[in-house]
Design a protein around this ligand. Structure first.
Ligand SMILES: NC(=O)c1ccc[n+]([C@@H]2O[C@H](COP(=O)([O-])OP(=O)(O)OC[C@H]3O[C@@H](n4cnc5c(N)ncnc54)[C@H](OP(=O)(O)O)[C@@H]3O)[C@@H](O)[C@H]2O)c1
Length: 247
């Protein structure tokens, strides 16, 4: 059947697949025929994701991406990949005067350093196939300010800049690199937010398309970027935000 978005025959790594957006990306990629390798720290939640995957060639690897050794081991263990989705990430709202040294290490480490390091290790080991697609999950926070969010914003801004540099550098190997920047998506990241339900409802009402996003809204975009339908797309930063940043 004609389907330019198929992921049949592709093997893809999806980090942060034990919950939220990453879990949904893994599920949708497997439904589109791809073989997915999922990672996260929480084995029980990774198994829950596995139970929802289609196909029989999927794998699960537990890895703490804040631990350098663990990133090296992951790069060693992985096969040659046709797709990589860097989705693992954390956010912690913190006003400037309460920021402790460790916050920079944790937020920049998880959101920027570790996906950058993993990509570099995989490339050196020739584990990113010719024609592969790499997707970084950034955020509208890269350019859209919110109070107490400056470190997270910086981490996502770094991701977007890295994507531009890599896209240029890897184009001669026919490897595409893109970033997506979602607005608010209904996941545990939001449930653990410091904002109360009233503030969240008010915020949701500002979205021109009338609601916060769902993980699948992001996953479908990632499917497109991993598929050959987007084979002329590289260095793009795609906003998926229900129109909120139009205001
Ligand atoms: N939700 C939103 O509104 C929103 C908006 C824009 C962008 N984003 C971005 O989307 C991505 C996913 O967010 P989400 O909302 O789906 O959050 P989530 O449900 O909290 O999921 C975060 C994922 O990252 C993994 N992770 C965190 N630290 C890790 C570490 N040190 N090593 C390995 N894995 C780690 C978690 O795995 P374990 O729990 O197994 O450790 C989990 O699978 C993040 O990059 C986030 O910045 C989210």
């Amino acid at each position: 059947m004609y389907n330019p978005f198929t992921l049949e025959g592709k093997t893809m790594l999806i980090t942060g697949a034990s919950s939220g957006i990453g879990r949904s990306i893994a599920i949708e990629c497997s439904k589109m025929g791809g073989n997915v390798i999922i990672t996260g720290r929480d084995l029980a939640r990774l198994r829950q994701t596995t139970n929802e995957l289609s196909g029989s060639l999927n794998r699960l690897i537990v890895a703490d991406l804040l631990n350098q050794e663990s990133v090296y081991n992951l790069a060693e263990e992985l096969p040659v990949l046709d797709g990589i989705v860097h989705c693992a990430g954390i956010n912690k709202l913190m006003p400037l005067k309460f920021i402790k040294d460790d916050l920079f290490n944790k937020v920049m480490g998880t959101n920027f350093n570790s996906p950058a390091l993993l990509t570099s290790k995989l490339h050196k080991k020739k584990k990113i196939a010719k024609g592969a697609s790499i997707v970084f999950v950034s955020s509208i926070s890269a350019f859209y300010a919110a109070l107490a969010n400056s470190v997270y914003m910086a981490s996502k801004g770094a991701v977007n800049a890295f994507v531009k540099g890599l896209a240029l550098e890897l184009a001669s190997s026919e490897i595409r690199v893109n970033s997506i920047q979602p607005g608010m998506i209904q996941t545990s990241l939001l449930e653990n937010s410091l904002l109360g339900s009233e503030a969240l409802n008010d915020d949701e009402a500002r979205y021109p398309l009338g609601r916060y996003g769902k993980p699948e809204d992001v996953a479908y975009t990632v499917v497109y970027l991993l598929s050959d339908a987007s084979k002329w797309v590289t260095g793009s930063i795609l906003t998926i935000d229900g129109g909120v940043t139009l205001r």
